[in-house]
Design a protein around this ligand. Structure first.
Ligand code: ADP
Length: 582
């Protein structure tokens, strides 16, 4: 997969806009959670102040009654803090889950509105990684890292305010901790990512060369490669050792610098406070409270720093998830509406990779109610042409129109009422039988649903299900046989009621017994519709009004069966060889 075909990644402004928009969706919970965290943090801040006052009182002589009262108040604040923290966390968790649900829904919306062509060229792998790994990573960030980080920021900010409220002199020791913190952090973050990536890459390399050596042990022995293999593994281990030594070095610099930035302020507060006290400028209670506050800062600051990494990973995942929304749509919804059901392919060129054309200047008109069979060698472009005729891919040049309107200008819902592609790949969605059917036409009532089932010969078995239309099917529900699943798909098609059907059975081989059974259902679906059938068995071409031979991305022959036989072209040869065999 080349970088050019990867799905895009959102940039930082888009990320910020989205986060703001997410926050606006749950204002009450957001402010509720923040408010509770603030209250909990404030309750926690009472302790140092009270202890400071206590020290002050003890120094000046006091009664045990006073000490008891202070302790009671202290206990009260502790209880309040505990209760508030509990609710603050509860609200944050619920908020986190809701935000996550929003994210998933938005992502599914974006993924579903991706142009099919883009999903195909980017490969579903990228999309799958984003749905699984990135959603997991983000889930972790939203559930754990983000609330923890918010709490830590709120606590740190309030603690700082409380510390400064004792006197501006407390700012000085706090500032002393900033340079080692900032320098250490920047130094570490600039190196850590690559360091750890390299470390895990060397682990993969070791296990790769070990597995290779073990799996190919015979070959290694036979060719006398033992020495080389041992040397290779030794090399890998040496690389890994170096990588680990490097990250260890990062930690031996980073952690001490953090510890330093935590300890320096505490010590400095004590020294500065002590000095000011001896000069009679501050009270002993103030020095006590200030020191306790500064020490209380350590824990939230440490959490802010350590969660930063997680948040960065979360932001990267979010950018990848949002990127999916940034794929330009290949459909442009116009105002024009088809005047009839005439399907025209006009000088169409198409390429999957933007380099090699798969269809070259293809033109064909399909009359209303006509049946066309498309035949030709495998890889000729039949399925591709079928997909263009069903409006799945837009042509690179030329146009595919229904009633004079390009298919790509029709809203998807409306397009499906005109043309639909039918393949052997059918999907039973998780839900009831009814839900599986009304997908195609949400307004359909039970009568219409049952009529659709009846027309494909499926009403009897559906009504015999334990809960009839309400029976749960799809993964986890009742298992349907292949033929039943196909009938459900056909009934869905009957409900969508497209005028033109493009039938492509290229992708899978159906069991002949099931095929016969389905033929009747199929026949009733086809009745009264225009049909373009990509025929893989030549005899179905015989029944068609016209046959189109596709070869090398071009329509090489087009006419009735008899005309083509008479003209003695490749179709006639094919027919001959089939007939000879049949
Ligand atoms: P047919 O249906 O006649 O067997 P296709 O339309 O499937 O032919 O394929 C026509 C050409 O387009 C082939 O060369 C095939 O390799 C290529 N092709 C088909 N599908 C894709 C795809 N999704 N991405 C890239 N190339 C494709």
């Amino acid at each position: 997969m080349s970088a050019a075909t990867r799905l895009p990644v959102a940039d930082s402004p888009a990320l910020r806009r989205y986060v703001k928009q997410l926050a606006r969706r749950h204002p009450r919970m957001l402010f509720g959670a923040l408010g509770l965290h603030v209250l909990a943090a404030v309750a926690a801040l009472a302790a140092p102040r009270l202890l400071g006052d206590l020290v002050e009182a003890v120094e000046q002589g006091t009664t045990t009654g006073y000490v008891d009262r202070v302790l009671m108040v202290l206990a009260g604040f502790l209880v309040a803090q505990t209760v508030l923290t509990r609710y603050a966390r509860y609200v944050s968790q619920v908020l986190g889950e809701q935000v996550l649900a929003d994210l998933r829904e938005d992502f599914v919306d974006n993924a579903l509105s991706l142009p099919v062509g883009v999903v195909e060229s980017a490969g579903s792998g990228d999309l799958l990684t984003r749905t699984s790994r990135d959603v997991d990573q983000l889930g972790w960030s939203v559930r754990m890292a983000l609330p923890e980080w918010t709490i830590a920021v709120v606590t740190a900010a309030l603690t700082l305010v409380a510390a400064l409220s004792i006197g501006w002199w407390v700012a000085l020791p706090c500032l002393l901790g900033v340079p080692p913190l900032v320098v250490g952090l920047r130094w570490y973050l600039a190196r850590a990512r690559d360091g750890y990536l390299r470390e895990s890459a060397t682990y993969s390399a070791i296990s790769a060369s070990l597995t290779e050596t073990v799996e190919g042990a015979r070959t290694v022995e036979a060719l006398g490669l033992e020495r080389e293999q041992v040397a290779r593994v030794d090399d890998d281990i040496r690389d890994s050792y170096d990588a680990e030594k490097y990250t260890l070095h990062l930690r031996t610099v980073f952690f001490p610098s953090m510890e330093l930035s935590y300890l320096v302020p505490t010590v400095a507060t004590l020294l500065l406070g002590g000095w000011l006290y001896t000069r009679g400028e501050v009270s002993l209670g103030d020095v006590t409270a200030a020191t306790l506050y500064v020490q209380m800062l350590i824990d939230p600051v440490d959490r802010i720093v350590s969660i930063l990494d997680e948040l960065q990973a979360g932001a990267a995942s979010l950018a990848r998830l949002l990127g999916v929304a940034h794929v330009p749509d290949d459909r442009t919804e116009g105002e024009a509406r088809p005047v009839d059901e005439q399907l025209d392919v006009d000088r169409v060129r198409f390429s999957y990779d933007g380099e090699r054309d798969v269809l070259h200047d293809v033109s064909m008109s399909v009359g209303v109610g006509e049946r066309i069979a498309m035949v030709g060698p495998s890889g000729a472009g039949k399925s591709t042409l079928g997909r263009l005729m069903a409006g799945i891919h837009p042509p690179r040049e030329g146009a595919v129109t229904v009633g004079g309107v390009p298919l790509v200008d029709l809203p998807l819902g409306e397009l499906r009422g005109h043309v639909a592609l039918v393949t052997q790949e059918h999907h039973v969605f998780v839900g009831t039988v009814r839900e599986n059917l009304v997908l195609a036409r949400p307004s359909a009532d039970d009568e219409a649903v049952l009529a659709a089932l009846e027309s494909v010969d499926a009403r009897t078995w559906v009504e015999a299900l334990p809960a009839g239309l309400d029976t749960l099917v799809g993964s986890g529900g009742r298992a349907l046989t292949d033929a039943q699943a196909q009938q459900v798909a056909l009934a869905r098609l009957v409900l969508a009621d497209p005028h033109t059907l493009v039938l492509d059975e290229a992708t899978s081989l159906i069991d002949p017994r099931a095929a016969r059974h389905l033929e009747r259902s199929m026949a009733s679906v086809l009745e009264g519709r225009t049909v373009v059938a990509i025929a893989h068995r030549l005899f179905s071409a015989h029944d068609a009004d016209r046959v189109a031979v596709v070869d090398g991305g071009r329509i090489t022959e087009l006419g009735t069966h008899d005309e083509l036989i008479a003209s003695g072209g490749s179709y006639a040869d094919l027919w001959e060889s089939w007939h000879g065999r049949g």
